[in-house]
Ligand binder design. Structure first.
Ligand SMILES: [Mn+2]
Length: 268
């Protein structure tokens, strides 16, 4: 297992700083968020230079595709097409950076309690994937669908997401904190049981903590989640790929990244 740091933490700084922090603080990988403020409309960062920086630091790299303001399961074909364009671009950035894994953020459903509306969201998500997967395959990359933290995210329960991923021949980014919110923080055993059902589809992992109510993206151990049994479960399943600390505290990114590295060191 390799421990990575997401550039999400450096949203108020420069993306290069995330690479420097990952390297200096002893992470083995960096996940680049291909979205504002570092990537996006009217922004063309020097991907070649970023690649050199990552290579010089001997870090592995993954890419979190664009997600802000986008929705892969939108009813509007125009919104889906824009999402597709931005996620394809994220995959191209991943290729340029020398990465392998592209994370696809979950979509949103406006009325998940309506079977009709929910069904349409899932169909839209499938349509989106059907157009995306061939391009990602052509680039030789691994596409990993992330599980959402609420029922508003279509296919946020692991067996349902697993079914979708298996249909498309792709994998899953298991976000453990999202799973705790979606299933309820007390239902760790149920999460572990569902993880085992989709075991061979878990190709990538996001790790953070929260207070059990919302998606705080805290340093593991600084919230209320029982993450250790879930990490044990991953180990038992023989998971050996990246675990990315996806932390959020733009006022103190360096201090947070440092505490995150220590926390992950203790957990593994
Ligand atoms: Mn995540």
């Amino acid at each position: 297992m390799k421990i990575g740091l997401s550039s999400l933490l450096f949203t108020c700084g420069r993306v290069e700083e995330a690479v420097r922090a990952a390297s200096e603080l002893g992470y083995e990988a960096v996940e680049i968020v291909c979205d504002l403020p570092h990537f996006g409309p009217r922004r063309e960062p020097d991907v070649g230079k970023l690649r050199e920086l990552i290579r010089d630091a001997s870090l592995s790299v993954s890419v979190h595709s664009s997600f802000w303001d986008l929705n892969p399961s939108s009813f509007y074909p125009e919104v889906r097409q824009l999402t597709l364009k931005m996620v394809k671009r994220s995959a191209e950035v991943c290729k340029q950076l020398g990465g392998e894994v592209v994370v696809v953020h979950p979509g949103k459903c406006p009325a998940p309690d309506s079977p009709e509306v929910y069904g349409e969201s899932v169909r839209s998500y499938r349509d989106f994937l059907r157009e995306l997967v061939p391009r990602v395959r052509e680039l030789g990359l691994k596409l990993c669908l992330e599980n959402g933290n609420s029922k508003d995210n279509p296919c946020s329960l692991l067996p349902e997401l697993g079914e979708l991923a298996a249909e498309e021949g792709i994998g899953i980014t298991l976000d453990l904190a999202h799973a705790c919110l979606r299933y309820g923080p007390k239902n760790v055993n149920r999460i572990a049981r569902d993880m085992k059902k989709i075991g061979n589809l878990i190709w990538h992992v996001h790790l953070h903590d929260n207070l059990g109510q919302k998606d705080d993206h805290l340093v593991p151990g600084e919230g209320k989640l029982r993450l250790s049994p879930l990490l044990e479960c991953l180990k038992e399943m023989g998971y050996s790929s990246l675990v990315v600390a996806e932390l959020w505290n733009p006022k103190d990114p360096w201090g947070t990244a440092r505490r995150g590295r220590k926390a992950l060191g203790r957990l593994f």
